[in-house]
Design a protein around this ligand. Structure first.
Ligand code: HEM
Length: 243
């Protein structure tokens, strides 16, 4: 695939230059929303059609690259189909202090997590389903070792703890070492209800993942999601729009 993209780029080097100039112009006025890549559809004319866009061309190569990507990694990430709202602008500022003060921590208690989410109008069911995003991706050992050393967290399945110790063999992982365990070892590339199933089996990776299955307010939703992937996906689609 890399070869295909490189060849495409070499053959049509002006794709980048012509498009990026126009994107800079749009970004300056309208914020960056990749709207230039949208084609005319359903009676709505694309900005590509404007005579001011005459210098822009070779969009077919974007399609070629997307097709090459899909061919190389078909259906790599799967999950619910969610109709996202558009028009949210990128922030122009960065908020270091808010990150520390607001973003929940992996060792927060469930009442604290629920109250943080509640403060931005995310209800309990939506909080439970959003944490299901941990069905994808990984946790670096530095965020995990406190559950394994010096003694194994009793809420963790002992066999699973041994597996995790294999992934994270030392209590003091080198901060720059990329040691990690997969969030969901069964279906790591699919957004599904395995996260909730694993939490019920005491195989939640983060303390907060495990707490979800033991708190009386969240447990009934975890059970329901673990039993029904369709319900999980419907709820995820609802909740991600609240976020
Ligand atoms: C109580 C709330 C949450 C806490 C405490 C939390 C904490 C964490 C931590 C500690 C990691 C591991 C980071 C690392 O070691 O590299 C992680 C990974 C991740 N989280 Fe969360 N998270 C929360 C909620 C969410 C939500 C609401 C979403 C999305 C809707 C989300 C999506 C993810 C994803 C996709 C990963 C994997 C990232 C990767 O593979 O690099 N998390 N989270």
């Amino acid at each position: 695939m890399k070869l295909k993209i490189a060849t495409t780029r070499r053959q049509k080097h002006n794709l980048c230059s012509t498009t990026s100039l126009s994107v800079i112009a749009i970004t300056a006025n309208m914020s960056c929303d990749a709207s230039l890549l949208l084609e005319t559809a359903n009676g709505i004319q694309s900005g590509q059609e404007s005579d001011r866009s005459s210098g822009m061309r070779n969009f077919e190569y974007v399609r070629t690259i997307k097709e090459a990507l899909e061919k190389e990694c078909p259906m790599t990430f799967r999950g619910p189909c969610i109709e996202m709202k558009t028009g949210r602008r990128d922030s122009r500022e960065s908020y270091l202090t808010e990150v520390k003060a607001f973003i929940p921590n992996r060792i927060d208690s469930m009442p604290s997590v629920l109250s943080t989410f509640q403060s931005i109008s995310i209800d309990i069911e939506a909080t439970v389903v959003l944490l299901g995003a941990h069905s994808l991706g990984q946790v670096h050992c530095v965020n995990l070792v406190h559950r394994l050393y010096p003694t194994v967290d009793p809420t963790l399945d002992p066999d699973y703890a041994e597996h995790l110790k294999g992934r994270c063999p030392t209590p003091d992982p080198e901060p720059k070492a990329v040691l990690y365990a997969r969030n969901d070892s069964e279906t790591p590339m699919i957004l599904d209800n395995f996260y909730h199933k694993l939490s019920l089996e005491h195989k939640g990776l983060l303390s907060v993942d495990q707490a979800l299955a033991s708190d009386p307010l969240t447990f009934p939703f975890v059970e329901k999601m673990a039993a029904d992937n369709g319900y999980f996906q419907d709820q995820f689609a609802r909740a991600i729009l609240l976020l």
